[in-house]
Design a protein around this ligand. Structure first.
Ligand code: CA
Length: 440
């Protein structure tokens, strides 16, 4: 693999651009500067789509009508596919060309200006009429632990004197997760059964989890392309990332406590993981790339394979919010209550460093692989990305506007994660929502 280009601003980031799609004007998540890719399920099966305002562009229909004439055959095939794996497998220059072609089709003074209304209505349809599914067939899913405040907060619960383990600032810690139980936003989550020790020193019993938690994470969609035995250098790792989304790594803390030593989480995590359906491309995020966390003189020197040199690894500056609503809150008409606000500024490792580390031993990545960043918490109250931290290990219940309290999630609770990027001079873009309701 060779790095094709450094991130560069182009006409698709122009804040003044507007779309002829009425719902895109003033859209906080999906203006024409975003153009996130996803997969819609409809009576014709699954098709590749792009969100625009409260509508979607049917890319198969746009290809059939010859409305993306600048694209090569391989790119057109990817847009006619039933998932985004082929799109993710394109070269970055091809994905960038796809973005430019869609922009030209949807912008107010672009290619569709003279299209008859019936063609416009055929290619752009309301999102509310569509079912969104997982954007890719995920071959492999890896979950990291790159949020340093989360690692510190959780470490404090067990080791108040030295919360971070000695390896933390040297090596991006991760484990291989389960791809079959990845679901798209909106799926109900069943509280899992597992072996749980209810009394200190007692024997495990087969019980339904009483400590069901969420973890706010960044989803990183991988383009892959490295052959087995061939690492991806950190300077080129940005090209191995197709885009980003939101990820909720549902976690059964009571099952996790008993099972995780010595090989790490297993049934406490593999019952379900929710991802947001829209893939916000790396190229849409170009205006929002920022510097990673500053390392202090006392921090260990980075291994050369994790050091980006002058071409600093890309870190998109993404702000997150998590809202919780209970059944009673919804019955009383109370709005969802915000329980966390955080951002990618809390990541010790950038997504590019995660790619470089994952492949440095020769592991091959494939288009449609998914990384979770690890829980993203800030350093202060109100910025914590899991109930384990918010409730201080279950010791300090959270009080909700309904007067109810929560240490962990209960039946009927609904979690909504959102994310967005903003910067003066550019249009705000958003990630949509990653939601799930606890049943049973
Ligand atoms: Ca996790």
């Amino acid at each position: 693999m060779t790095s094709e280009t450094n991130p560069a601003l182009d006409f698709t980031h122009d804040a003044a651009a507007e779309s002829w799609v009425a719902s895109a004007q003033g859209s906080v998540d999906f203006p024409i500067q975003n153009l996130p890719m996803g997969v819609i399920e409809c009576d014709r099966g699954c098709l590749v789509a792009c969100a625009i305002g409260e509508d979607f562009l049917d890319l198969a229909a746009a290809c059939d009508d010859g409305l993306l004439p600048s694209l090569d055959e391989e790119s057109l095939r990817a847009l006619r596919a039933v998932d985004l794996n082929q799109w993710m497998g394109l070269r970055r220059s091809q994905r960038r060309a796809v973005r430019a072609a869609i922009f030209e089709l949807l912008c107010a003074d672009g290619r569709a200006r003279d299209l008859p209304d019936e063609v416009r209505r055929k290619i752009v349809r309301p999102l509310k009429s569509a079912g969104l599914v997982l954007p890719a067939a995920v071959g492999d899913y890896t979950d990291f632990y790159a949020g340093i405040h989360h690692a510190t907060n959780v470490g404090k619960l067990f080791r108040p004197e030295s919360p971070l383990l000695p390896n933390y600032k040297h090596v991006p810690v991760g484990y291989h997760g389960r791809s079959s139980s990845l679901v798209a936003s909106g799926c109900d989550v069943q509280r899992p059964f597992g072996q749980i020790v209810t009394e200190p020193g007692g024997l495990p019993r087969h019980l339904k989890s009483r400590r069901l938690d969420f973890e706010l994470e960044l989803a990183v969609w991988i383009t892959g392309g490295n052959a087995l035995g061939t690492p991806i250098p950190v300077q080129e790792a940005g090209d191995a990332i197709a885009g980003y989304g939101l990820l909720n790594d549902w976690s059964a803390r009571d099952i996790q406590t008993w099972e995780y030593q010595p090989l790490g989480p297993f049934l406490s995590k593999n019952f379900m993981t929710t991802v947001s359906p829209w893939v916000v491309s790396s190229d849409a995020l170009t205006p929002f790339v920022t510097h990673p966390l500053v390392r202090m003189p006392e921090d260990p020197e980075l291994q050369p394979y994790l050091h980006g040199g002058d071409g600093a690894p890309e870190l998109p500056d993404i702000r997150f919010e998590v809202h919780l609503s209970t059944e009673s809150m919804r019955a009383e008409g109370l709005p969802p209550y915000r329980i966390s606000r955080s951002s990618t500024a809390s990541l010790w490792w950038t997504p590019a460093q995660l790619v470089a580390h994952h492949t440095v031993g020769g592991c091959n990545l494939r288009p449609g692989d998914l990384f979770g960043s690890g829980t993203i918490s800030g350093a202060s109250p109100g910025t914590l990305g899991s109930l384990l931290e918010i409730s201080d290990g279950g010791r300090s219940p959270l009080t909700l506007p309904s007067g109810e309290t929560r240490t962990f999630l209960e039946a009927g609770d609904e979690l909504v994660m959102t994310g967005h990027c903003e910067r003066p001079g550019f249009r705000r873009i958003g990630f949509g929502a990653c939601t799930g309701r606890v049943v049973g």
